[in-house]
Design a protein around this ligand. Structure first.
Ligand SMILES: *Cc1c(COP(=O)(O)O)cnc(C)c1O
Length: 488
């Protein structure tokens, strides 16, 4: 019988090493020359078709796969590394983060637990975050995929506090009647999703109206809590937002904290991107009150530029956080010595058991750049937003649709005829398809807005100018073609 060939390591390490260096060079070239590329281009049908193939039984040469990546994948990503990408809220990544990802992948650590330094690196990042947000030493923190998961973990810890340890066995059906939670109408939908996924239900989330600046109306919050208590319900959780997804508005965190704590509610902050404004001494005062949070959810992969994915949840009461998730089945028993030591483990603070070494790319990014420089990059995107606000104000064809608080500018083109919502949606699609710049869309008080979220450390004034020029040119072209069609 022939011997099985089991190893997946190369026969020729020198050849693989040379191939690896070519791959690394290609990615450095990509990052160095990003601005020369279109922000985005749709993948042609042939490229999509080229991916379709039966399950590969035989192997391929890595050089061929590398070529397939360079030709058929790299040009057709969404483009968030590009300085003219302004859509949604995406981080740009850094070359340092890329290198750290390579090291982490090579080590292939499973950071669910056990006695190993990667767990210690994650704990150190958690200590840094506790320091940044002025949380006590007893706070806990873990990496997760993103803020959606981090928000859900916060809801679960708050549920554990409201209902006690029994809820983990008995479940909500037995004891969770009447739980209600609060967030603003401008909050990210993942807060409602967290209610759904935790079994509390979307209907138990009150969407508190916002003021003229899109901030939670705290008087309405107080009234809603009082009304629910009056009806015999059990308010348990309030999520304020530091940097809303539409306009980057910051809820009055200090006031929400007071109301939450006066009523015995858990005070959570969704700071997906906005929480990282703490890294800038000039912006940090805007987040006053965040230090009173019971938990904060945020992403390293947005404003902190760490490559995807790197969400994080920080919980003031680390012991309660542990009690929400910890379980020790026989195969995960902790021991006083050997590799099964070093408890508690990251898997005791969330639903994931096997976990990647996300902490390394965050540790590298924080150490390599230092928080001063990261804060400067963040403040720089806010300065660009103010620049864009000014440029929009100078152009009568444009109208600002929301105050500019941090790094997001919402405006629209005032086309002289036709439906403004349709016109602006078409204009943004024109701009994206032209590969010039990539803002996204949202709707504010019933009006479709061009939404420019400046998150990328690579963006400069010339990129904002290119976007504005593109919008003006494409709007003119669009208006001209309507005239030609209608013969006006
Ligand atoms: C991006 C964002 C989220 C979701 O975060 P993910 O990392 O995409 O899961 C939640 N809240 C706000 C305010 C956001 O901007």
């Amino acid at each position: 019988m022939a011997e099985h060939r089991t190893t997946l390591d190369p026969d020729d390490w020198a050849a693989l090493r040379a191939q690896g260096h070519r791959m690394l060079d290609d990615m450095f070239d990509y990052l160095e020359h990003l601005r020369e590329r279109p922000v985005w281009q749709q993948a042609p049908a042939e490229v999509r078709a080229s991916l379709r193939a039966p399950l590969p039984r035989a192997g391929s040469d890595i050089a061929d796969l590398h070529r397939a990546f360079m030709e058929d994948m790299l040009p057709y990503a969404v483009g968030n590394a590009h300085p003219c990408f302004f859509g949604w809220v995406h981080g740009g990544g850094t070359p340092v983060g890329m290198l750290a990802e390579m090291l982490a992948a090579g080590l292939n650590a499973n950071v669910g637990g056990r006695d190993q330094i990667p767990v210690e690196v994650e704990r150190q990042v958690a200590r840094w975050m506790a320091e940044l947000f002025r949380f006590p030493d007893t706070a806990s923190g873990v990496f997760v995929t993103g803020t959606s998961m981090a928000n859900m973990i916060a809801v679960l810890v708050a549920r554990r506090r409201a209902l006690g340890a029994e809820v983990r066995d008995a479940g909500l059906a037995a004891m969770g009647q009447g739980l209600v939670a609060y967030t603003s109408a401008a909050a990210h939908d993942c807060i409602a999703q967290a209610m759904d996924l935790t079994g509390i239900g979307r209907a138990a989330l009150r969407l508190i109206p916002v003021d003229a600046d899109f901030r939670m109306d705290t008087q309405a919050l107080e009234q809603a809590i009082a009304a629910d208590v009056q009806s015999g319900l059990r308010p348990f959780f309030v999520a304020a937002t530091a940097g809303t997804v539409d306009t980057a508005a910051i809820d009055p965190l200090g006031r929400v904290a007071e109301i939450a704590h006066a009523n015995g509610l858990w005070f959570h902050v969704d700071g997906a991107f906005g929480a990282m404004a703490m890294l800038s001494p000039a912006l940090a005062p805007l987040l006053a009150g965040i230090e009173h949070a019971d938990s904060i959810a945020f992403d390293f992969h947005k404003w902190a530029q760490v490559p995807y994915d790197a969400g994080f949840v920080l919980v003031r009461d680390g012991e309660l956080h542990r009690q929400t998730f910890a379980a020790t089945p026989r195969y995960l028993k902790r021991e006083p010595r050997g590799m099964a030591g070093g408890s508690p483990w990251p898997c005791d603070f969330g639903p994931d058991l096997s976990r990647s070494f996300r902490a390394l790319k965050a540790w590298f990014t924080l150490r390599a750049y230092g928080t001063d420089r990261m804060g400067e990059a963040i403040a720089g995107t806010c300065a660009l937003a103010r620049y864009l606000e000014g440029e929009v104000g100078k152009r009568p064809a444009f109208e600002l649709l929301a105050p500019v608080c941090l790094n997001i500018v919402c405006f629209r083109h005032l086309a002289p005829e036709g439906d403004l919502d349709d016109f602006n949606a078409a204009l943004v699609a024109d701009l994206q398809e032209a590969g010039i710049a990539a803002p996204s869309l949202t709707t504010l008080r019933g009006k479709v807005a061009i939404r420019v979220a400046i998150v990328n450390h690579r963006s400069e004034r010339r990129d904002i100018d290119a976007m504005l020029e593109g919008l003006e040119r494409l709007a003119e072209r669009r208006l001209r073609s309507t005239h030609e069609k209608t013969g006006v």
